[in-house]
Design a protein around this ligand. Structure first.
Ligand code: FAD
Length: 427
């Protein structure tokens, strides 16, 4: 297995620290890579005027200076990009249509060490705790236009539960497959009547001898169709309010566990999101995660990093939207000039770029704080609230070619849905 921090890849030379910023979709630096992307592959932008005057060019854009990554992260970035371009991007249209990604893509991610590197070495992981590797993945998913594969959910949301709350026996059973990509996971909190306010969940788990009897319905569950393990939030002490919730791991094949319809969403279309039903499911008490009755507190403990993860994804998608917009502004001509050469549009582009760079600096500061173990809940909430979540919407409405359905729906709802979760939603 390849270490995230010590990767050597054949695809291209190691890049400098600022190289990531130079490789945004709008840049000419990597035309071959841009042309190969799913959302741009083989497409010519409409209305290009071949008689346009070459002198009407947009000014050269300087990348935002970043100091958060080391050379190892940039090498890891190369490998992630090579993986996404080979194993995911070519399947975009297929996954988009099916509403679910292939297990093969997960297995390949596992082979390359892109899954759960925080897991201790004795269970197949690398024992590396460094949120910057997750940031690299989120940025490359956005930059390549990859759809559907929920690496962030696996690595950043679920991994802390399976690493920190498990017994040695549970670790032996679940962690090796979790690292290799053979065991896919989901976390089921939301219900038809409970989303932001988790205290309203009605799913119950009644103790019966060595088992819990689980009953209830969950909805909007990412990976709900593919998951082999589902961490379910249930009431084990109904009278105790949020102090009476527990986390139970339901495994594929448990009698009474059924998957409902794959939800037909506007956005995240290649990612499966499903309803799950639990009818008298007998869950062994050995599948309890953490302490009984402490489920709510377990859900809260990783919240700052989960919130920051949303900000990281949002700004990465915003930068992609900006790149696409800028490319369009350069290629679309009117009155003999690229539309981006008109002053009013240059103002708009400059404003977007400024907001992006300012937000980027703040989010990078939070990333460093997370790496140093100092990220506060307030800082993470501010990062999530940052205006950057608005930017792709602005960019899309002003410039993105409207006919590219996959591109447009991937940008708009990615940001809209990230505004919705209010209190404890990690997705
Ligand atoms: C693509 C996708 C994937 C998801 N994956 C998962 C998953 O894997 N697991 C899972 O458990 N859930 C998942 N969810 C559900 C997600 O966590 C919920 O949508 C989220 O918690 C919000 O809940 P809700 O939709 O019920 O909105 P509601 O709770 O009904 O909120 C509706 C609106 O009211 C606002 N609101 C709520 N409370 C307050 C308040 N106190 N003050 C002010 N405004 C408030 C909200 O911000 C929102 O705008 C997913 C959702 C989506 C869209």
């Amino acid at each position: 297995m390849v270490r995230p921090g010590a990767v050597r890849v054949s695809a291209g030379r190691p890049r400098s620290r600022t190289a990531s910023a130079r490789r945004r979709p709008a840049q000419k630096a990597q035309p071959a890579a841009v042309a190969g992307r799913g959302w741009r592959a083989g497409r010519e932008l409409p209305h290009r005027d071949p008689r346009a005057r070459p002198s009407a060019r947009l000014p050269k854009e300087e990348p935002c200076r970043r100091t958060v990554f080391t050379e190892e992260h940039e090498q890891f970035r190369q490998m992630v990009r090579a993986y996404l371009e080979k194993e995911c991007v070519p399947h975009t249209a297929e996954w988009f249509a099916a509403g679910v990604v292939s297990r093969e893509a997960w297995r390949k991610a596992g082979e390359l060490g892109l899954l759960a590197w925080e897991v201790p070495e004795e269970y197949g992981g690398l024992g590396i705790k460094d949120f910057r590797y997750s940031v690299v993945i989120a940025e490359e998913i956005a930059a390549t236009g990859t759809q559907g594969i929920t690496l962030g959910l696996h690595n950043d949301v679920v991994a802390p539960y399976l690493i920190d709350l498990t017994t040695p026996g549970q670790r032996r059973r679940w962690l090796p497959g979790f690292v290799s990509g053979e065991l896919l996971v989901a976390i089921a909190m939301s219900e038809p009547g409970a989303g932001s306010d988790l205290r309203r969940i009605t799913t119950t788990a009644r103790r019966d001898g060595d088992d819990y009897i689980l009953n209830g319905t969950k909805t909007f569950i990412s990976n709900g169709i593919l998951a082999d393990l589902v961490i379910v939030v249930a009431r084990t002490e109904p009278e105790a309010g949020h102090r009476g919730m527990s986390l139970l791991v339901v495994e594929e094949g448990f009698a009474g566990f059924e998957r409902g319809r794959k939800l037909d969403k506007i956005g995240h279309r290649a990612q499966d999101t499903a309803e799950l039903f639990f009818n008298d499911v007998r869950v062994p008490a050995g599948n309890l995660l953490g302490e009984p009755g402490k489920g709510f507190y377990h859900l809260m403990r990783n919240l700052p990093q989960e919130r920051l993860g949303i900000a990281v994804v949002a700004i990465a998608q915003a930068e992609r939207a900006f790149g696409v917009t800028k490319e369009y502004a350069r290629d679309r001509h009117a009155f003999g000039r690229p539309i981006g050469a008109f002053q009013v549009n240059r103002f708009a582009l400059a404003e977007m770029k400024t907001k992006l760079d300012v937000a980027r600096v703040y989010i990078d500061r939070c990333v460093q704080a997370a790496v140093d173990g100092e990220l506060t809940a307030e800082e993470a909430a501010e990062a999530k609230c940052a205006q950057v979540v608005e930017l792709p919407l602005v960019a899309v409405s002003k410039g993105v070619p409207k006919l590219d359905k996959i591109l447009v729906v991937s940008l708009i709802p990615a940001t809209v849905s990230r505004r919705v979760p209010a209190c404890v939603a990690p997705c």
